[in-house]
Design a protein around this ligand. Structure first.
Ligand SMILES: Cc1cc2nc3c(=O)[nH]c(=O)nc-3n(C[C@H](O)[C@H](O)[C@H](O)COP(=O)(O)OP(=O)(O)OC[C@H]3O[C@@H](n4cnc5c(N)ncnc54)[C@H](O)[C@@H]3O)c2cc1C
Length: 399
């Protein structure tokens, strides 16, 4: 019998597996199941890691090799403009949060993050299986999961980290609140003429946010949101036209562009599980919540789930108590569901607010952005919340 069986070896599942093995000194038996075992699937998609999650990776021994591959984000500039505006003037600018003790964030490719986490998890003794979990049931004293190889596995606690389409969540009968955004995010690795100086830019345009996040060298990771039909037209347009449209949105500060990797695209949707727990089951990461990428917080929320769950499981395990107990699950739900719902709803609201291309709304939101930029206390509050170093973060997020 496993203490913990984890469905899904993306960044969230691997992190919680590694944390449990490291924090328990190898005492907890942890099994991780993913049909793509050993083949990180993240490709050239990159995520901005906030300081709290980065500290967790440091504590777990997964950061030292990643650091040389990650790119520090030193500043972030946000603009709100129309496509035809010739200058994208900055409405709001963020620098590093002093309490975070490092840059604003680090940009990492998912392929590097997942490869490093998988290596550390295997070295720590996580048992990794190339199998898909297809069913979950609760047997009171233990949970049972079935794999696509026809095996049945027993565990005290099952963790569903199997992404937005989670089969485990469905098998547990947990419903989701969901709506599509009717938008696609186009992602690519871009080379450009001029240096980005570690600055990330996000232009809120009527079609959706257009973000360039700094990579090592004169390169950036592009996350460009457009209505689905526009995105499809752009993706099937000739290369020169695609580049021209991209440069038009970027505002020419970085000079001429070339596409190094991609483009690829992702459909965007809001999704929140109605509950994050069931008997002997906890949902983490995109299996629990899927948010608009405009704030770059999806994976960071998943890391908060992983950190909290690891804290709560270790508190039980150290006392020799059941690691799948109803109390533990109820505490996890309290710690994570409201925070996730609040964040998901805030990003949803921002998406709706910035999608409105109406003069009075534009005036109001520009005044709001300018006010936040000038009010140091308010700005620092938002920064501390996003950086994951505010009180109420998991213990693994602390210095
Ligand atoms: C365009 C875009 C930009 C983004 N930018 C950012 C950013 O800057 N910062 C940020 O924090 N977040 C960002 N995100 C969000 C982030 O990418 C996701 O939140 C994160 O990758 C989710 O990780 P996960 O491990 O929960 O799920 P996934 O990465 O989806 O991993 C799920 C894993 O489960 C496995 N699996 C699936 N089904 C089963 C099964 N039945 N049994 C076993 N295994 C299974 C899969 O093979 C996969 O390995 C962005 C998202 C998008 C779309």
């Amino acid at each position: 019998m496993f203490d913990i069986a984890i469905a899904g070896g993306g960044a969230t599942g691997l992190t919680v597996a590694l944390a449990l093995r490291r924090l328990s000194g190898g005492a907890l038996r942890v099994g991780l199941f993913d049909p793509h075992k050993g083949q990180p699937r993240g490709g050239f998609r990159a995520s901005a890691l906030a300081p709290g999650p980065r500290r967790m990776l440091e504590h777990l021994g997964a950061w030292s090799k990643l650091e040389s591959l990650a790119s520090p984000i030193l500043t972030m500039q946000i603009s709100d403009s129309r496509l035809e505006d010739c200058v994208r003037s900055t409405s709001l600018q963020f620098g590093a949060e002093p309490a975070a003790g490092g840059p604003l964030a680090h940009l990492v490719f998912h392929r590097d993050l997942e490869a490093q986490l998988a290596a550390c998890a295997a070295a720590s003794g996580v048992e990794i299986f190339s199998q898909r979990i297809v069913a979950y049931s609760d047997q009171n004293h233990a949970a049972l999961v079935e794999t696509d190889a026809g095996e049945t596995i027993q565990a005290r606690l099952v963790i569903a980290a199997d992404g937005a389409g989670s089969l485990v969540r469905k098998s547990a009968g947990i419903d989701v609140l969901k709506w599509p955004y009717g938008r696609k995010a186009i992602v690519a690795t871009i080379a450009h003429e001029r240096d980005h100086l570690g600055c990330a830019t996000q232009h809120f345009l009527p079609g959706g946010p257009f973000a360039l996040l700094p990579l090592r060298g004169r390169r950036s990771s592009l996350v460009w949101t457009e209505p689905t039909d526009v995105a499809q037209r752009l993706l099937s347009s000739p290369k020169d036209e695609f580049l021209q449209e991209m440069e038009r949105r970027a505002g020419f500060q970085l000079g001429a562009f070339a596409v190094e990797e991609g483009p690829a695209s992702f459909d965007l949707a809001f999704q929140l599980a109605r509950t994050f727990v069931a008997p002997r089951l906890a949902l983490v990461g995109d299996a629990a919540h899927r948010v608009h990428p405009l704030a770059g917080q999806g994976l960071n929320l998943g890391f908060r789930d992983a950190g909290w769950l690891a804290d709560l499981i270790m508190d039980q395990a150290r006392l020799g108590l059941d690691v799948g107990s109803p109390d533990l699950l109820s505490n996890y739900q309290t710690a994570r569901r409201f925070d996730s719902a609040f964040n998901a709803a805030s990003f949803d609201l921002m998406h709706r607010l910035f999608a409105l291309d109406v003069a009075p709304v534009r005036l109001m939101r520009d005044a709001g952005l300018a006010a936040v930029d000038r009010l140091d206390g308010v700005k620092r509050f938002f920064q501390r919340e996003a950086s994951g170093v505010s009180p109420g973060s998991p213990r693994l997020f602390s210095a």
